[in-house]
Write a protein that binds this ligand. Structure first.
Ligand code: NDP
Length: 289
């Protein structure tokens, strides 16, 4: 049986990995990118380069977007709105749940189907069996194209609300960026003390592995709105993070990151949580909104 043909718009590292994966699996692929030369190597591998956005849309029912954000999507697709009818837009770019809902309305008003996707993998994980992507939007559309989308990654469908996949994605991404940037910050402190990234990565990875039991322990308490200071106290966290700030200062390394954490902890203490767990910041975050 012939494989479903797809269009991919957006050829950053992620879009390119997706095109390569579809080509590897024998799917005909049409591509379009603002900077056309980024398609050269893909065209050499058999992808078809659309000369215009209209041509890219007309080529296939399934149109995957892999763009920096939704502003890029509107910049590309608004001038070609009349070519949207009958297409299924699978937007795998990052943006907010609210913008995902607006985009779905906009696409539907132009006669297109629309799915939101949040890819939970680096480009190197496209095609790997353990990778997955959150999807949401109309169930029939998702079901109709699931098999093709699963060429890229596994799928985790999160319901008909087009904002849902974007929300799950942002929940992960919030943790991702704060974690990896704190890793880079620790490496800067390590280097200032003569320790290489290679030397520290083993112990750092081990502590990440141990994190899952830690998260599960606290998640139960958070769902019960219980933040007892029986295991840890916010006042202890204040002293602890203050030591990180001073370790950075001693090493001559920027300390803005731990200082921001310290400021949040002090807000929690000012709100009366000094003797509660660090999870009491949950209440501080919620009230701030
Ligand atoms: P890039 O930002 O590198 O790719 C950007 C793509 O968007 C390029 O094709 C670029 O075109 C296009 N673009 C950006 N702005 C505009 C604009 N105003 N008009 C037209 N085209 C525009 O992103 P990635 O490929 O890394 O990722 C794509 C999406 O996937 C992002 O939303 C990202 O958050 C998400 N993602 C990325 C991961 C990663 O590890 N890379 C992991 C998981 C998700 P041009 O080439 O002309 O600049």
């Amino acid at each position: 049986m012939s494989k479903q043909a797809v269009t991919i718009i957006g050829l950053g590292p992620m879009g390119k990995a997706m095109v390569n994966r579809f080509l590897d699996e024998g799917h005909p692929v049409t591509v379009w990118n603002r900077t056309a030369r980024k398609a050269d190597d893909l065209v050499a591998r058999g992808a078809h380069r659309a000369a215009t956005v209209e041509e890219a849309l007309a080529a296939n029912e399934v149109v995957v977007l892999s763009l920096t954000d939704f502003e890029a999507m509107y910049a590309i697709l608004k001038p070609a709105e009349t070519a949207l009818a009958g297409r299924v837009i699978v937007n795998l770019g990052s943006d907010t749940p609210g913008r995902a809902r607006e985009a779905a309305k906009w696409a539907t008003a132009h006669g297109a189907g629309y799915l939101t996707g949040g890819v939970m993998s680096a480009p190197s994980g496209i095609g790997a069996p353990e990778s997955f992507t959150y999807y949401s939007g109309q169930k029939e559309i998702f079901e109709a194209h699931k098999e093709t989308l699963e060429v890229l990654t596994g799928t985790d469908y999160r319901g008909s609300d087009p904002g849902s996949a974007a929300l799950y994605y942002q929940l992960h991404i919030n943790m991702f960026w704060t974690t990896v940037i704190s890793f880079v910050h620790s490496l800067a402190m390590a280097r200032a003390n003569g320790i290489s990234a290679q030397e520290f990565v083993g112990p750092a990875s081990n502590s990440m592995t141990d994190m899952s039991a830690f998260l599960e322990f606290y998640a139960k308490r958070i769902d019960n709105d219980e933040h007892p200071g029986d295991v840890d106290r916010l006042a202890m966290a204040e002293a602890s993070v203050d030591h990180v700030v001073h370790t950075a200062k001693e090493a001559g390394v920027d300390h803005a990151l731990p200082a921001a954490v310290l400021e949040l902890i002090r807000r929690g203490m000012a709100a009366g949580h000094a003797d509660d767990s660090f999870t009491s910041l949950f209440e501080v975050f919620r009230k701030a909104g």
